[in-house]
Design a protein. Structure first.
Length: 437
């Protein structure tokens, strides 16, 4: 996942309740006494305010992150290089109409709704007629934008002839080839349309996807949906690299999203790539990866670190101290017996390869209770990545991992889909206009 710097808001002081920003200022001045951090809202209670807090309850005022909105309109879609929010809901849809006019109207309506949702507004103005259903489902009434983003893409199946779009299909855009060891389940694969909703509040995210599903009625139906999470900003105010459910940092090797040259080279589709409707868009791969957590939890720390090729505590490459120490140098380091310090079948060595292929990871963990057939945890990683070309970036990388990665002892890929994510849209236009017009 891309690493971004969080920007905390500055809630007004009320009584003895202090924002994190104020606490840090006081701490730097050396004037801060005993503190107790509230688990709700990220507030901090100092000194005599503690007793009052125990009788009045925790401060639940929103943090700055929840007050912020991420612009929907722009050159590129939000939710790709946007610093990853706390929660994800990903929905795959199948179109149930064969009229391109219906699809065009759907994306026009979705564009208007998504722009309003990301601003923390209801999807439409309510009617004075109380005998009609409300236009908005209402569960996010009074809630803040929570940095919500909505990202749209289409799958290879929309170019199958139903809508007369075969000539507009990107040359290398296709479903992924089969990979060794995967165990894909049809109910977690494919789809005509992919919609990624990310937010710092799960109720706000659910509200967004629920209303998009409602708007699609008669034109598209939900095929599958997956929720995801990562550590929250309140739990990790330093905004470090998130950890997956195996306890290791995930996304350390991402290209810098603030470097436009890197993004143009590895993520954003360029004019020369064709077709024109995808310029400034990107290609998304999603993989649902179940983790064999019970087996992993019985493995030694030494084996776990050898599997990833990194130290668990620091995230540093084996033999190094810091998470961002040079991986290239670490990969060349050998033990006294001539073997590599970072094993040849480790995840990090195989992911890196010769360093010429990079993707932008933006993954989330998931937990769905238990797997009924085995009684084990149904949990893992909902892997999301973006790249300029799937065939030349993700496919060779995943083929290498599928054949050799030691991590395969502990994971299995059960879901898979690819989507062409549209470029951004200007106010007055609609998402996918270049394709549907």
């Amino acid at each position: 996942m891309g690493n971004g710097n969080r920007k905390d808001g500055d809630p007004k002081r009320q009584g003895t309740l202090l924002s994190r920003r104020e606490v840090l200022k006081m701490g730097a001045a050396g004037g801060l006494g005993l503190l107790l951090g509230s688990m709700v809202g990220g507030s901090v209670i100092a000194g005599k305010g503690l007793a009052a807090s125990l009788t009045k309850g925790f401060d639940s005022r929103p943090t700055g992150d929840n007050q912020e909105s991420v612009p929907f309109y722009g050159k590129v879609q939000a939710g790709i290089v946007t610093p990853a929010q706390n929660f994800l809901i990903f929905a795959s849809f199948d179109l149930v109409t064969e009229r391109i006019e219906d699809v065009r109207k759907l994306f026009q309506d979705w564009t208007d709704a998504a722009a309003r949702l990301t601003e923390g507004k209801p999807v439409g103005e309510e009617s004075d007629n109380a005998f009609l259903p409300p236009k908005d489902t209402g569960e996010a009434a009074g809630l803040l934008p929570a940095r919500t983003t909505v990202t749209f893409g289409v799958g290879p199946s929309v170019f199958d002839g139903r809508f007369g779009l075969k000539s507009k299909r990107p040359p290398t855009f296709a479903d992924l080839p089969p990979f060794p060891g995967e165990s894909l389940q049809p109910e977690w694969c494919g789809g005509d349309i992919g919609v990624q909703v990310c937010s710092n509040d799960m109720q706000v995210a659910f509200h967004a996807i629920r209303n998009l599903i409602r708007i699609a009625r008669g034109k598209a139906v939900l095929k599958w949906m997956q929720e995801g999470f990562q550590r929250s900003g309140a739990a990790d105010p330093k905004a470090g690299t998130p950890r997956n459910l195996l306890g290791f940092k995930d996304g350390t090797g991402n290209p810098d999203v603030n470097d436009p040259d890197l993004m143009n080279r590895y993520v954003w589709v360029q004019k020369a790539d064709g077709p024109s409707w995808m310029e400034n868009g990107t290609y998304m791969v999603v993989r649902k990866i179940r983790m064999r957590i019970e087996v992993w939890d019985r493995s030694s720390l030494q084996d776990q670190e050898a599997t990833f090729g990194r130290h668990r505590a620091s995230g540093a490459p084996l033999g190094r101290q810091d998470e961002f120490d040079s991986l290239e140098e670490a990969l060349e380091q050998k033990n006294a017996d001539g073997t590599y310090v970072i094993p040849v079948q480790s995840h990090v060595r195989l992911s890196h390869g010769d360093g010429s292929v990079k993707i932008l990871r933006r993954s989330y963990s998931y937990s769905s209770g238990i797997e009924p057939r085995s009684g084990q945890l149904d949990a893992g990683l909902f892997f999301i990545c973006f790249q300029r070309d799937i065939a030349s970036q993700f496919v060779p990388l995943q083929d290498r991992l599928a054949r050799q990665d030691k991590l395969n002892e502990y994971i299995v890929h059960i879901g898979s889909a690819v989507f062409a994510c549209f470029p951004g849209v200007s106010r007055g236009g609609y998402i996918g206009e270049g394709l549907w017009s």
